[in-house]
Write a protein that binds this ligand. Sequence first.
Ligand code: ADP
Ligand code: MG
Length: 249
Amino acid sequence: QTRTGLALRIENVTRRFGGVTALKDVRVNVPPGARHAVIGPNGAGKSTLFRVVSGEYAPSEGTVSLDGRTVSGLSPDRVAALGVARSFQTSSLFIQDTVRENVMLAVMAHTPARRDLWRPLAAHREAARRADAALERMGLLVQADLPAAALSHGEKRQLELAMVLAQEPRLLLLDEPLAGLSAHERERVMNLILDLPRDLTTVLIEHDLAFCLEFADQVTVLSNGELLATGTPGEIRANEAVQSVYVGS
Ligand code: ADP
Ligand code: MG
């Protein structure tokens, strides 16, 4: 397979559900280490695009490749094992387990079975190390030994981010990480997202246009499943078609 030099390449992807075309001929290129944002009104196809990348949905047409390797058609487990981590809009926490245990479980569930399985203590120690590094980054290390149930709504979102970060993904997909948060919680989670490792290839879906423009190097705008615009934050800000979609939304 040819190497494209791209961490993520979405080529002419169309996805239909019966008579509904959720994505039509969508193209997105994300170089390694880039921050990419996907914006667009409700129903634009943003989450479907993530599900096509993560292997939950096969494209009806087109291909997805990671580091030049075609992944469309692979199962979600295989795609995850290649280093793609996706945050979910719905909570997937084990509420009675501690904050640290939740992150450790995420690490162990998503690390492909390794030779050091015969060294469970070493694997456990490595998961704990990654968990604490991710919790520190997300400002939750002091709460590491509390049950996840003790966290506020905003802190649970921070924990979910720690869970994907601790997987040390090659590609991080964040789907509306600010959804449902109070103004105060939003502010905190926004800052944590802006402070994510700068070399981590990240694709962010968010409703908040200003935040997308602040976060991303490149922005893709979807509308009704179609690519409305793609460009730098400056280009997107100046784009009249984008402005018209965002008026009144
Ligand atoms: P967004 O995340 O931008 O709000 P979605 O990707 O969730 O949009 O949805 C895009 C369109 O695809 C919507 O019309 C939605 O109803 C449709 N869609 C998404 N998933 C399915 C599915 N599993 N079955 C049928 N229609 C779907
Ligand atoms: Mg969505």
